[in-house]
Design a protein around this ligand. Sequence first.
Ligand SMILES: NC(=O)c1ccc[n+]([C@@H]2O[C@H](COP(=O)([O-])OP(=O)(O)OC[C@H]3O[C@@H](n4cnc5c(N)ncnc54)[C@H](OP(=O)(O)O)[C@@H]3O)[C@@H](O)[C@H]2O)c1
Length: 187
Amino acid sequence: MGTSRTALITGASSGIGRATALHLNDAGYRVIGTVRHQEDGAALVAGAAQPDMLIPVRCDVTNEHDVQAQAARVGEITGGVLDAMFSNAGIANMRGDVTAEGCPVATLDRMMQVNYLGAVRAIQAHLPMLRAARGTLVMNSALMACAWCASAPPPSERRWKPSRTPHPFPRTAPTPSSGPSCGEGLR
Ligand SMILES: NC(=O)c1ccc[n+]([C@@H]2O[C@H](COP(=O)([O-])OP(=O)(O)OC[C@H]3O[C@@H](n4cnc5c(N)ncnc54)[C@H](OP(=O)(O)O)[C@@H]3O)[C@@H](O)[C@H]2O)c1
């Protein structure tokens, strides 16, 4: 299978990343799946249809040394030509208070370190190899949906049903005569 295309998937130990790694492996791709713990790498390979075509690499995207070592390993495996990268590693289930009022800055900081800067770090390290293949980059991330309208009531008073009070920014679609439409300003 020397001609197989190679896909790199970050965060392949569970969830969407693991499912994608196993799917692409089954479809004939050589898959490099990153994990933070060695045992997760073994479990990933154990679930693969073509175990010899699934290569786990240990990496924490918040760690510059890990990412550089990962990129060096990907370079060895692919000869510097990477067909696809799925930047997927991230924190999906935030625990604790994630409301606009109460979300600790430390939680937001961790999320930015992993979901934003971690993704940027990993992508930057592999872009030359992706460019060499004219490859595909797919991103999957979340920056949390805790940005409530400041005029909304606090969580303790929030009723999860439509309010009788008109929303300050009504969500009616603009008509051509009532506001700019998509594409205006580009002409
Ligand atoms: N599920 C959703 O509803 C949803 C919605 C919007 C966006 N997303 C985004 O989609 C992606 C996958 O979500 P999922 O539901 O499949 O979550 P998941 O099952 O928790 O998988 C997340 C993956 O990212 C890895 N990861 C976490 N922190 C990492 C770090 N510092 N360095 C390297 N890898 C790290 C995890 O490794 P460990 O097993 O070692 O923790 C795991 O492999 C995430 O980026 C998430 O933010 C998910």
